[in-house]
Design a protein around this ligand. Structure first.
Ligand code: PLP
Length: 428
């Protein structure tokens, strides 16, 4: 397999782009080598500029749940393009997408569309503060909520990939109201409430996908919600990754928990820049123009993005691929564990719906510390062998693999074979 054109573009990209990428995880920093440059994608496959074709388990880090260029989505976007790209005024499609979203999440009476997951979360946090009149927010180590200043501490995703504890350029004042707790550890949350009486709420990924996939144990979420209710604090659930992916109603539907504030992104825009935050009426009425919490956006509710979101979610609801995802994830899990055993590689696999992650460790992984026990050098070997065997994975131990409904049985067989070859390479 050759990557000559990608290498050439990488070197060219270094001149005017930072690291030749526009998001750090794309830089292949933790797996070595140069990033691949993509030419196009269709269905379950993605093709690089050298003509190499891969089964895509990155899916743009989650959004492309139907696979690439689904005909219904393509048609909806093409139609929307004919009417104009942006108006700075309301359209009927914003109301249509809002209804789809609010129907899917019972805790949301109203929603506000923004342009990214980062914006959704920073607005959700502002709203929690506006509603409660309190300043402090608890986040969990290893959870990533986008790149807003106040949450760039002990964050997963690219920071975990690059082994960064936080980000330079974030002033102390910006994080002074951020408290860190341990995932799956309610006592670590309670300890903060014993010390502080100005906690507005707790934000978490209901299933963490940015320290690798880490699943909430037992009734962690339900107990957390009950505890927060007893303290008058809000549960802010960041479903940017899990929304419409774990289930149509997100991880909340699967886990039987209702958030006070829900943040969405990724799938909701079907590959276009859309984020959203929402809550019940009494909370959302604090947002301008109804209330005093200001939040705005020139391109928010963009007509092309709304068309992509509506068509993606409509098709997703029709396909209802969640059982299929579970089956495929179980097959991949079995394949990973069988090959690991065959070649004597220590491996733990976590999966939740269509998110799956192998950790190169013998430890049970339930939090960030345990995730970090993974041998990232082994992951790097595994990653490149998977590439050579035609499977595109996120270039980081700490990013979830995603499934799309476009995967065929042939693709699944190819993934299994790639896993076996790659695990053998890791054992050498
Ligand atoms: N929240 C979670 C759980 C995410 O996984 C991400 C991105 O990966 C974000 C927020 C930020 O979203 P965006 O990259 O669209 O700003």
């Amino acid at each position: 397999m050759e990557f000559k054109k990608s290498h050439k573009l990488y070197n060219k990209g270094l001149v005017n782009l930072v690291g030749a990428v526009n998001s750090p995880v794309r830089a292949f920093a933790s797996v070595g080598g140069n990033p691949l440059f993509i030419e196009k994608a269709k269905g379950s496959k993605i093709k690089d500029v050298d003509g190499n074709s891969f089964i895509d388990l990155v899916l743009s880090y989650g959004p492309m749940i139907l696979g690439h260029r689904h005909p219904k989505v393509q048609k909806a976007i093409t139609k929307a393009l004919k009417n104009g790209y942006s108006f700075g005024a309301s359209t009927a499609n914003e109301i249509k997408l809002a209804k789809i979203v609010c129907d899917a999440f019972p805790g949301m009476d109203k929603v506000r569309f923004v342009n990214s997951g980062t914006e959704a979360v920073l607005s959700g946090i502002r709203l929690a503060r506006a509603y409660t009149g309190k300043d402090k927010i608890i986040k969990f180590a290893g959870c990533y909520h986008g790149h807003q200043d106040s949450l760039l501490v002990a964050a997963g995703s690219g920071l975990a990939t690059l082994s960064l504890p936080g980000s330079k350029g974030v002033p102390e004042g910006a994080v002074k109201n951020t408290l860190i707790a341990n995932y799956n550890d309610l006592d670590s949350v309670k300890a903060h409430f014993e010390k502080h009486d100005d906690i507005a709420g707790v934000i978490l990924e209901p299933v963490a996908g940015n320290m690798g996939v880490v699943i909430p144990q037992d009734d962690f979420l339900k107990e957390l919600k009950a505890f927060l209710e007893s303290k008058g604090a809000l549960l802010i659930v960041d479903e940017v990754m899990t929304g419409f992916r774990s289930k149509f109603g997100g991880a909340q539907e699967l886990l039987g928990v209702e958030a006070d504030i829900t943040c969405l992104g990724k799938v909701i825009g079907g590959g276009f820049p859309v984020g959203a935050y929402g809550a019940r009426n009494e909370i959302m009425e604090n947002v301008a123009p109804l209330g005093g919490m200001y939040q705005a956006g020139t391109l928010s509710g963009n007509p092309i993005a709304m068309a992509a979101g509506i068509s993606t979610l409509t098709e997703l609801k029709k396909q209802n691929p969640y059982e299929f995802f579970d089956k495929v994830a179980a097959i991949i899990e079995r394949s990973l564990l069988t090959s690991a055993q065959k070649y004597g590689v220590e491996l733990t696999v976590n999966r939740f719906g269509s998110m799956i992650n192998p950790f190169f460790t013998s430890k049970h992984v339930t939090n960030f510390e345990e995730a970090q026990s993974s041998d990232t050098k082994k992951f790097a070997v595994f990653f490149w062998e998977m590439i050579k065997n035609g499977v595109f994975l996120p270039p980081s131990q700490f990013e979830a693999w995603f499934l799309s409904s476009a995967l065929s049985s042939k693709d699944i067989e190819k993934i299994k074979k790639a896993i076996d070859n790659s695990m053998e390479a890791v054992s050498k």
